[in-house]
Every structure is written in structure tokens, then in C-alpha cells.
Design a protein around this ligand. Structure first.
Ligand code: FE2
Length: 136
């Protein structure tokens, strides 16, 4: 099932929110291709597009955190790494043909991202002083 964008995912920081929306779109595209049973190449393209954007976004977010002197940077980076490692293991053939692998991966994509934004990214936005970045 696709991730539905909702107010609880909005952190009120334009730069981060825009990137999160883009990443949710890319994750949803991947979920959609798996659920529709698209051909392998299509699933592989969606995995690679999503992964590349996730890595770009994580690097941007980490740079912002570093500049702001965020106290939980290391924990945050390691959460990002967990996602990248997991995504590196996504296998189009297994996602299309192994029910269990597909379900587990779709659950991971849904749960990780929503929990990460609502808990970890939010902690950062709440900790840094106003004026660190443009608030909406
Ligand atoms: Fe993050």
C-alpha cells in the first residue's frame, strides 16, 4: 500500500518537506510497480531512482544537521545508513516473485520512512534554534 502524505509528515521546513514529498513519491512508485507486477527492469529502475534520491536527501539533511550542530547527528546518520543498506539489498526478482520478500519490503518502506520523519527528523527540527533554516 502506498504511503499517504499527511500533515503529520510536515515538519514546517520547506527544504526538508519538499525532499520528503519527492522521496515519498519515489517510494510509492516503487511500491506501485511491485504491486502491479511490472517487469524486472521497471522495478529495478524504480529501486535505483528511489535509492539515488534517498542518498541525496540524506546527505542534504545531514549537512543541515552538521551546520546546526545537532546533538543526535550520529544516531541520525546511522538510521539513514540502515535505510541505504537495506535498499541496496532490494532484489527485483525476489520482490516480484517471492510473496514474503515483497510483503516484508513493502512493510519496511512504509514503516521506516513514516517513523523516521515523525520521530527522528522531527526531533532535529524541534531542537535547532529558530532561524537555522527558513520556516514556512
Ligand atoms: Fe532523516
Amino acid at each position: 500500500m502506498a504511503i499517504t502524505w499527511n500533515e503529520e509528515l510536515e515538519l514546517g521546513v520547506a527544504e526538508i518537506d519538499e525532499q520528503h514529498r519527492m522521496l515519498v513519491d519515489l517510494i510509492n512508485e516503487l511500491i506501485d510497480r511491485i504491486e502491479k507486477g511490472e517487469h524486472k527492469q521497471g522495478v529495478l529502475d524504480a529501486i535505483q531512482g528511489m535509492k539515488a534520491y534517498a542518498e541525496f536527501h540524506f546527505a542534504e539533511e545531514e549537512a543541515l544537521m552538521r551546520r546546526a550542530g545537532y546533538s543526535s547527528l550520529d544516531e541520525h546518520v546511522s538510521e539513514h545508513q540502515t535505510f541505504v543498506r537495506r535498499a541496496a539489498g532490494f532484489n527485483p526478482g525476489g520482490l516480484l516473485n517471492e510473496r514474503e520478500e515483497a510483503e516484508e519490503t513493502l512493510d519496511f518502506l512504509n514503516d521506516w520512512f513514516v517513523a523516521h520523519i515523525q520521530d527522528s527528523d522531527r526531533l532535529f527540527v524541534e531542537e535547532v534554534p529558530a532561524g537555522t533554516f527558513e520556516k514556512k
